[in-house]
Design a protein around this ligand. Structure first.
Ligand SMILES: [Zn+2]
Length: 456
């Protein structure tokens, strides 16, 4: 899958600009503008749709979008569906921000889907006065936006919705929030799949955390997060909060900002505080306001975020992956703990000091599935027909949360695996157990192993 990435949004009173996804590993210049720009009309004062028609450009529209393109009309390319899908997306954004539907009813954006920029410049639809930089893939200025045409229909739609979220939040909510939020929420609210059920028209289905790679062709964010982890360049949540706008120039920053918003929106410990914060002014104090919410624990948030991105995968199940960080008691005699197949890392309640050893034996059976029609039964060694992250699905894993001494973000370090064996503690802290399976496939698992732990 090729990756794409987004660059920066720079805000100033009454308008926003966003430089959008570009070809892989190409940096996009960010232009800081501090002047107030009135962007509702072209300089000529003539309605964009009229300018477009005079220039022989195609205009398609809906309640909330006028879309102008020089893209040759091709049967089945889906461009004619875009305005209707945009309206469906606007309904989702309206609910997200709990806006009054009547107020949103009159709201309208104008988007240019561009093959040849010169045609738009000549038509007076792409400013040449410097108010719009030479963007790579997309740019938003208040309720107007421009985007280069994309060969992939799913990615074209994603760009349209990403710019649409900027236009929506800047004009209706006067958003001037920090870059991690504005870009993260644009990614989050743009992510969707297309529900196709012929002969009915395709429908926009919000899918902020995608369930399958096929739903989000060419986005590559989950893969980029995994790459950042491998490269040991994944930022912490606190570092993402502080990302300056100028750093939003590559997929890493965009993927990180999306991950931060997805995490805060989905994690049971943070989602209420986050959403309550989103319903307040989306201004430069958004992060400060979030951190000031009752019960906000920055260290806990950082740790839960690290755990989220370490295990992030399609369909990530927040409720089943939530982690109990309590310290546990010292393991000084044989103890046992359950390892449920339908949960992520589970605290055994028993801790070891770094270097201490213990032996373990897992009894019982669990069911994992159904990847096929029939669920599979597993003992502690796992099922060698199916693998996840290099280990058989259904295998018992034993781990500790470890802060790496040589850099990189902390994560669960697997100490041992299988139905029985020994392990040596890599850190001071509790032992965690898990039945190996994708964090998006836990819901249809059942049963638990009983894991006996004996100090040695
Ligand atoms: Zn953007």
């Amino acid at each position: 899958m090729s990756v794409s990435y987004h660059a920066a949004a720079v805000r100033w009173p009454g308008a926003t600009r966003c430089i959008q996804p570009v070809a892989p590993i190409t940096l996009v210049a960010v232009v800081a503008v501090v002047a107030c720009v009135s962007a509702s009309r072209p300089a000529s004062g003539v309605e964009p749709a009229d300018l477009a028609r005079r220039a022989g450009l195609r205009v398609v529209g809906s309640a909330h979008l006028t879309l102008i393109t020089d893209r040759p009309e091709r049967a089945g390319d889906g461009v004619g569906d875009l305005p209707r899908l945009f309206d469906e997306a606007v309904s989702t954004w309206t609910r997200h921000y709990r806006l009054d539907a009547e107020r949103v009813g009159a709201w309208r954006a104008t988007g240019c889907l561009i093959v040849d920029r010169d045609r738009f410049r000549a038509a007076g639809l792409l400013p040449t006065d410097g108010s719009v930089p030479d963007f790579e893939n997309g740019f938003c200025l208040a309720e107007r936006f421009w985007m280069m045409d994309q060969s992939n229909p799913a990615y074209r739609r994603h760009l349209l919705f990403h710019e649409g979220v900027h236009a929506f939040t800047v004009t209706l909510l006067r958003a001037t929030a920090p870059a991690w939020y504005t870009e993260g929420i644009a990614e989050y609210l743009a992510t969707h799949r297309l529900q196709t059920d012929p002969p009915a028209s395709p429908r926009f289905v919000a899918m902020p955390l995608p369930e399958r790679p096929a739903d989000v062709e060419q986005l590559g964010r989950i893969e980029r997060i995994a790459g950042l982890r491998r490269e040991r360049t994944m930022p912490s949540l606190a570092q993402i909060f502080d990302l300056p706008t100028r750093d939003h120039r590559d997929l890493g920053a965009y993927a990180s900002s999306w991950a931060a918003v997805a995490f805060l929106s989905g994690h049971p410990a943070f989602r209420e505080a986050f959403h309550a914060t989103e319903l307040q002014p989306l201004d430069g104090r958004l992060t400060t306001r979030l951190r000031a919410t009752a019960d906000w624990d920055g260290l806990r948030a950082d740790r839960d975020f690290d755990a989220f991105v370490a295990d992030l995968d399609y369909g990530y199940d927040f409720a089943r992956m939530a982690i109990d960080w309590s310290p546990g008691g010292p393991l000084v005699a044989e103890q046992h703990a359950a390892a449920a197949a339908d949960r992520g890392w589970q605290n055994t309640g028993w801790s070891l000091a770094k270097g201490d050893r213990c032996s373990f034996t897992a009894t019982g059976r669990v069911t994992v599935g159904p990847a096929s029609a029939r669920p599979l039964e597993s003992e502690g060694d796992g099922i060698t027909l199916r693998w996840y992250r290099g280990r058989p699905v259904g295998r018992l894993l034993i781990a500790q949360w470890v802060e790496p001494a040589d850099g990189g973000r902390p994560s669960f370090q697997i100490l041992a695996q299988g139905a029985s064996g020994t392990c040596a503690a890599a850190a001071d802290g509790p032992l965690y157990v898990k039945v190996n399976e994708s964090p998006g496939d836990l819901a249809d698992n059942a049963g638990a192993f009983t894991v006996f732990l004996t100090p040695r």
